[in-house]
Write a protein that binds this ligand. Structure first.
Ligand code: ATP
Ligand code: LTN
Length: 334
């Protein structure tokens, strides 16, 4: 623990294309919280292989996601960033916690149900036990707070239950983590199917806005986004599509919803969408600029990730040793 600060930990799978859902639901809050917490952010590549990944692309995406974290405002001087597979303790703790989790608990996980519906041809055991690996990510570092979007609430609840079970059976070993789910932005919806959440691995790219999308693409995607049959920019009377767009506008611009309604009072959806496009483009511009200046600095990025994993290895070892001792694995002095 740095200067007795509380610990936050969060992770993102290097699958698909980082999108504004990930930014508004998670990364934006990491950026704010890193000043007050000892912060750890993980590119969780071991999670990503629960679905088949192209090896060359996965390797590239791990570096690109780390660069995007930094471009969004994660400061490597304040926060640790690393790649999950570089720290073997994640897999080690996951095995132990596998033996402390019931099939019935995993059977209730809605993300497993959703993902197995979408990937009928590859419903592997990793997809099923994945929440245990996530619990290990969190419990290894004794995290106090886990900033995530609303879709991760159930996984976090499981992590808390596993930790409590282990603590009760032995003695206090793991900190019981709290979720940090923002009041607004926790569930950004898909642009064309606003009943589902926006997802960075959506096959239909028109459903999400990538953090690195160019102006033309953002313009096109917002133009095609679903609103209502009405024409009034009113949050209360709007359907899911319009509500979602107004929310995105408000979160990026920092303007209150009433102010946005007032601004577009006598105008239609076209003017509102033009304004929204502008707000998104302007908000993503500095992130994209920083990203493009970073992504070719491979040795700089690797240095940050190496420092991150060295720190993580040291910290995670302490928890693993404690766990191994408590469950009865022999430990010899070398
Ligand atoms: P994939 O589609 O590849 O499964 P994803 O978009 O759901 O991915 P994750 O890597 O699973 O992204 O999640 C990274 C973080 O972003 C998590 O904290 C998650 O809760 C958050 N998040 C993902 N989608 C949204 C969304 N639509 N709105 C708000 N937060 C989100
Ligand atoms: N399961 C999460 C990603 C994730 C995570 C974590 C989030 C893996 N490990 C630890 C917070 C803490 C997801 O699919 N969004």
């Amino acid at each position: 623990m740095k200067d007795n600060k509380k610990i936050i930990l969060s992770g993102i799978q290097p699958s698909g294309t980082l999108c504004i859902g990930n930014y508004l639901g998670a990364i934006k809050n990491w950026v704010d919280l890193q000043h007050d917490y000892d912060s750890i952010f993980v590119v969780v590549d071991m999670h990503a292989i629960t679905l088949r990944q192209n090896p060359a692309e996965l390797r590239k995406r791990c570096l690109s996601f780390a660069a995007q974290f930094i471009a969004c405002g994660i400061d490597p001087k304040l926060s640790s960033i690393f790649v999950q597979s570089h720290v073997s303790a994640h897999a080690e703790l996951a095995w132990v916690l596998n033996c402390f989790t019931y099939m019935g608990e995993l059977n209730r996980m809605t993300q497993f149900k959703d993902k197995s519906k979408k990937n009928n041809a590859n419903i592997n055991a990793g997809l099923f036990t994945y929440p245990i690996l996530m619990a290990s990510d969190i419990l290894l570092y004794q995290a106090d707070l886990v900033p995530v979007g609303a879709d991760q609430k159930q996984h976090l609840e499981l992590a808390r239950n596993i930790a409590e079970r282990f603590n009760n059976e032995y003695s206090p070993t793991f900190k019981i983590p709290e979720p940090y789910i923002p009041n607004r932005g926790a569930r950004i919806m898909s642009l064309q199917s606003p009943k589902s959440k926006m997802s960075k691995s959506d096959e239909n790219e028109n459903n999400f806005i990538g953090l690195l999308d160019n102006e033309k693409t953002i313009l096109k995607k917002i133009k095609r986004s679903v609103t209502d049959s009405g024409s009034e920019v009113n949050y209360q009377n709007g359907g899911e599509g319009l509500k979602n767009l107004i929310n995105i506008y408000s979160l990026f611009s920092g303007e209150k919803i009433e102010l946005i309604e007032e601004k577009y009072k006598n105008q239609g959806y076209k003017e509102f969408k033009d304004g929204l496009t502008e707000v998104i483009i302007e908000s993503l511009k500095p992130i994209q600029k920083k990203y493009h200046s970073l992504i070719d600095e491979k040795s700089y990025l690797e240095k940050i990730l190496n420092e991150g994993s060295t720190n993580a290895m040291y910290r995670s070892r302490k928890t693993i040793q404690k766990v191994y001792r408590k469950i009865g694995f022999p430990q010899f002095k070398s």
